[in-house]
Design a protein around this ligand. Structure first.
Ligand code: NAP
Length: 216
């Protein structure tokens, strides 16, 4: 059974944690405040492959690591995890570079720019890890087994081909169609999909959608 270490205690970490458990993985969630995950661990059923630890313990635990923290805190989270605990591991990067500023007519503000994504910064901070962007452009409610009539598309990118294959397998198990859109630089295009996804939500309170790539 593959072990998944999920760094985070928010809605994304909890949704993916429950999803990985449902799909037969062993899961540890990482936080600096275990009380935030008391309900999750109760719901997940302790002893059924679910546990909680520090960022460092969780990074050590995972054969695959999922990063699900606030974008502004992502680099700090890597430091707390310990770079050496990520060596040669696939790191699924769900984060978005949201600035601490209100949206403008429904458009979220980022602290990055179109020539520099958050995932490139993370990949440069820990070159020995294999970052793959995924799960960033959809709400947490739809990340696992989304209930749409067709399979939505999960755009992924990253520098390591094997890591992307590993993530594509997970994404497929979770009911998505993975679409490999290139190397780490492609996160410059994939991260802003989160802005696009949120516009109907912020402006009209419509959150029940996902993206689909059509091909001939
Ligand atoms: N919400 C969604 O549906 C959604 C969808 C797609 C992508 N995303 C992205 O997924 C990521 C997680 O989102 P979320 O809404 O679940 O959680 P969040 O509220 O954005 O982040 C919570 C996590 O950030 C950690 N954190 C906060 N400040 C920190 C610091 N200074 N150093 C280290 N860690 C820190 C917290 O650690 P502790 O546990 O120690 O408190 C907690 O685990 C975000 O980047 C978000 O943009 C969200």
């Amino acid at each position: 059974m593959k072990k998944i270490g999920i760094i985070g205690s928010g809605v994304v970490a909890q949704a993916l944690g429950s999803g990985f458990l449902k799909h037969g993985y062993e899961v540890k969630l990482g936080t600096s405040d275990k009380s935030k995950l008391a309900d999750w661990i109760k719901g997940a059923g302790a002893g059924a492959g679910a546990s909680v630890g520090s960022f460092e313990e969780t990074a050590k635990f995972g054969d695959i690591v999922v990063l699900a923290v606030k974008g502004t805190a992502a680099v700090n989270a890597l430091k707390l995890m310990g770079f050496s605990n990520l060596r040669n591991k696939t790191v699924i990067d769900t984060t978005n570079p949201l600035a601490d500023a209100p949206p403008s007519n429904g458009v979220l503000k980022f602290f990055t720019n179109l020539d520099r994504s958050l995932m490139e910064e993370l990949q440069e901070a820990v070159p020995e890890a294999n970052f793959v962007k995924a799960f960033n452009s959809v709400g947490n409610a739809f990340m696992v087994d989304p209930p749409f009539s067709g399979k939505p598309t999960m755009f992924i990118c990253g520098n390591n081909e094997n890591a992307k294959k590993e993530v594509s397998t997970i994404v497929s198990e979770f009911g998505w169609e993975p679409a490999d859109f290139g190397k780490a630089e492609s996160a410059r295009a994939i991260e802003p999909l989160c802005m696009l996804w949120c516009i109907p939500g912020i402006t009209r309170n419509e959150w029940m959608h996902a993206f689909k790539l059509l091909k001939l």
